[in-house]
Design a protein around this ligand. Structure first.
Ligand code: FES
Length: 137
């Protein structure tokens, strides 16, 4: 507004308002098999890290937080895969995770799993649902 007039207040009752979108758009068109893409999102004012992994023709999205100790799997360098690009690795204590399921297959948190995030494909991107999760992390 350039004439100093204020925009009208939203008179919609709070209970009728659509909740804010909690999706994060992540480009994946150039993500090759065995590659990952780290992204961040806000969770209650805290920056959180997550990543998309391309594994055996499918995409998966996980919170970038180890179930052993709640550190990111990488040291901030985005390096999440084993040298053969078939396994996710935690840089902290060497735990290995199946990229298809997020389940730990070796290391301290064996039997536990990374937290998966739901997503939908939207052209060259994925829209990741980063709504708060309650699965113990
Ligand atoms: S923090 Fe990941 S294996 Fe210990």
């Amino acid at each position: 507004m350039t004439d100093g007039a204020r925009a009208p207040e939203d008179e919609t009752p709070p209970s009728d308002r659509t909740p804010p979108a909690r999706g994060v758009r992540v480009p994946v068109a150039d993500l090759l098999p065995g590659q990952t893409r780290v992204f961040t999102f806000d969770e209650d004012g805290w920056e959180q890290s997550a990543f998309v992994v391309h594994h055996e023709g499918a995409l998966r999205v996980f919170v970038n937080r180890c179930p052993h100790v709640p550190y990111t799997l990488d040291f901030g360098d985005g390096e999440l895969m084993s040298p053969d690009r078939r396994t996710l690795v935690c840089a902290n204590h060497g735990a290995r995770f199946d990229p298809a399921t997020g389940r730990c297959t070796a290391g301290p948190p064996i039997g536990r799993a990374l937290t998966a995030l739901a997503f939908t494909r939207d052209g060259d991107d994925v829209m990741v649902d980063v709504a708060p999760h309650t699965d113990g992390i």
